[in-house]
Design a protein around this ligand. Structure first.
Ligand code: ADP
Ligand code: ZN
Length: 615
């Protein structure tokens, strides 16, 4: 429990005590005074026993000349009390003769205005507000002490400020693998270390860098490592914290965050989950999210507001770059992208090595074996695996963490509740053949783009990826090139069919790509002899709805039928082509698939080595 409720309690107690004290003071005053009836007052006056009175509105207080005995009941008992002073209340009808009687008896009369003094008035009016303010302030403080994002300091960004000397102790050595990503970020480290020199040389540094990759792959870690390497202040916030409770808060948080970062320059701002604010504007059907848009606009204007010499770098992380507002990706904003992928087994081994530093590992545990057995796991998963292993070991009272502990931990993570991207060795084999199919067709068909990389590490929805990179930017696509692309896309499915005798669901996205491409070839690019050089609109896919919006059809049913035939023909032809190639080169397919299962990721050069570069 935090200390704050106690403080609140103490204040309430103090109020209670004060109230009690003043109340009982008033009570004792009251007690020395007798409460008498108006007629009793009149008779005492007639008996000339009133010394002086004080009139305030209808109430009269005063002193007797000699003490008077009063019979009262106090707490059920009859008591007789002697009092020297009294109080009474005048009747509502004005007592016309009172004043003459009072002067006749020479009573000292003071009249007091019923109006309160300005000071008292002011106090009475402000007291409740002061009280509210006090409670609010206390509440604020308590929220703030509970961390960023509470009611307190809501106008302030929840960015935690870590000064370089104190907190950021991680550097690139703590980030295992990811060599290419680190390489890309090194430039930023160099700049932050020595901005002046960097500018003198005329170097131009990106202001915003987007780290793209699945959750747990170490994006936050990498950002922190950049700050650690450069020795600069690190501000981090999750974009979902920008949008918290009240409209307008997000924007002022952004403003605050940037102001702080500029003050502490050179510094790094890290925005996690950028997609939380950065989703395309206007994509929200059924009412946009005003707050999000305001926040996003503020973010954009802050980034544009950087001048050349402001030594602040904004790093942001997301796993959904596809939904980001294009405005965020424009030059001067997040125009540099660093893609972080799930680690391959070599990197997984390095990550394991980093995390076993913290535990007592038994002699002779081969981390490479563990790494090979955990395809699809991210850095966070592997860290978790090591932790689980250590927990298991300590529960057993073992002195060190053995291979068995780690294996058990792996099973626990894989079977435990959440579904991880884990692939059984059979699935791994299917994926390997599938990707090998794409690769081999791409290699053996002339005029296709070179293979950049092929991997069976899952990414997003895909279980594996074959990546081809054109040697040059292309603006014209000849028909033969597109037909080859269709064949390459069919290669995965055909390879599965050759090896297993049936196809699997893994080829869904290939088929979608093939269908879309073939449709464009027929309907938009006039590549079909039978249909001819015309364009036909078959409905554009809406970018956010993910489905086609209905459009008026401007061609006959007969033409629609012909179009369908031609699309199918293009696809069948590509399928046949892929099948011919793969059947004729089955040994190479096997070699590639084996290598993929073994090494998980092959680059273009490695692929050439395996199938023998005999083109
Ligand atoms: P993300 O921001 O991409 O979701 P994090 O940076 O939060 O992922 O990673 C979570 C944890 O996983 C890190 O704190 C770190 O301990 C571990 N981790 C991830 N990638 C690596 C890596 N390459 N090397 C070492 N540890 C890693
Ligand atoms: Zn495929």
């Amino acid at each position: 429990m935090s200390q704050v409720p106690w403080r609140l309690l103490a204040i309430i107690m103090l109020f209670a005590l004060l109230f009690k004290a003043s109340y009982s003071y008033l009570l004792t005053q009251e007690e020395n005074r007798g409460m008498i009836s108006y007629s009793r007052f009149r008779s005492e006056l007639a008996a000339d026993n009133i010394k002086k009175i004080r009139i305030k509105g209808a109430s009269i207080t005063g002193e007797f000349r000699t003490k008077v005995k009063l019979a009262e009941t106090i707490q059920g008992k009859a008591v007789v009390r002697e009092v020297a002073s009294f109080s009474t209340v005048m009747p509502a009808f004005a007592d016309q003769t009172l004043m003459t009687d009072l002067t006749a008896k020479k009573v000292d009369v003071t009249a007091v205005s019923t109006e309160l003094s300005p000071l008292a008035n002011a106090l009475i009016f402000t007291a409740p507000w002061l009280l509210l303010l006090g409670i609010w302030l206390i509440g604020m403080r308590s929220m703030r002490s509970q961390g960023p994002g509470g009611l307190g300091g809501f106008a302030r960004s929840g960015a935690r400020k870590y000064t370089a000397e104190e907190k950021i102790t991680v550097n690139f050595d703590d980030v295992a693998g990811m060599e290419s990503s680190k390489q890309e970020l090194r430039e930023i480290v160099d700049y932050l270390r020595n901005p002046k020199q960097f500018e003198q040389i005329g170097g131009k540094v990106p202001k915003g860098v987007l780290l793209v990759g699945p959750p747990g792959t170490g994006k936050t870690l990498l950002a922190r490592a950049v700050a650690g390497e450069a020795g600069v202040t690190f501000f981090s916030i999750s974009a979902s914290q920008f949008i918290e409770m009240f409209v307008g808060v997000g924007a002022s948080r952004v403003r605050d965050l940037f102001a702080n970062a500029k003050k502490a320059a050179p510094s790094i701002i890290f925005i996690d989950e950028l997609d939380a604010v950065g989703r395309s504007r206007g994509a929200g059907f059924g009412g946009g999210h005003d707050e999000r848009e305001q926040t996003l606009n503020q973010l954009l204007s802050e980034m544009d507001g950087f001048d050349q010499h402001e030594e602040v770098i904004v790093l942001a992380a997301t796993n959904r770059p596809d939904v980001l507002d294009p405005a965020l990706l424009r030059p001067g904003r997040f125009d540099r992208h660093v893609v972080i992928e799930r680690p391959d087994w070599r990197d997984r081994e390095k990550i394991l090595r980093v995390h076993v530093r913290k535990i007592a590992l038994a002699e002779g545990v081969d981390l490479a074996v563990i790494a090979r057995g955990t395809p699809g796991m991210t850095g966070a998963d592997l860290e978790n695996l090591v932790n689980e292993g250590a927990i298991l070991a300590s529960r057993e009272g073992a002195a060190t963490v053995t291979k068995e502990h780690l294996e058990k931990a792996k099973d626990k993570i894989l079977m435990g509740g959440e579904r991880k991207m884990f692939i059984s060795s059979e699935e791994k084999r299917i994926t390997a053949y599938h990707e090998a199919g794409h690769t081999l067709v791409a290699k053996l068909l002339p005029g296709t783009d070179p293979i950049h990389k092929v991997t069976i590490i899952p990414r997003g929805m895909a279980l594996g990826i074959t990546q081809q990179l054109p040697e040059d930017d292309r603006y014209h696509y000849p028909q033969s090139y597109l037909e080859n692309r269709l064949a390459v896309a069919m290669g995965g499915r055909i390879a599965e069919r050759l090896v297993y005798g049936e196809v699997s669901t893994g080829a869904q996205s290939d088929l979608k790509m093939v269908t879309d491409l073939a449709e464009k070839m027929v309907c938009q690019w006039g590549m079909s002899e039978k249909v001819g050089p015309m364009t036909f609109s078959r409905g554009e896919e809406h970018p956010f709805l993910g489905r086609k919006l209905a459009e008026e059809k401007t061609f006959s049913e007969a033409m629609a039928w012909r179009i369908d035939q031609e699309i199918a023909m293009f696809i069948r032809r590509a399928e046949q082509q892929a099948e011919d190639i793969l059947t004729a080169n089955r040994p190479k397919l096997d070699l590639l698939a084996e290598a993929l299962q073994e090494e998980e990721t092959l680059d273009g050069g490695r692929v050439d080595d395996i199938i023998g570069n005999n083109q």
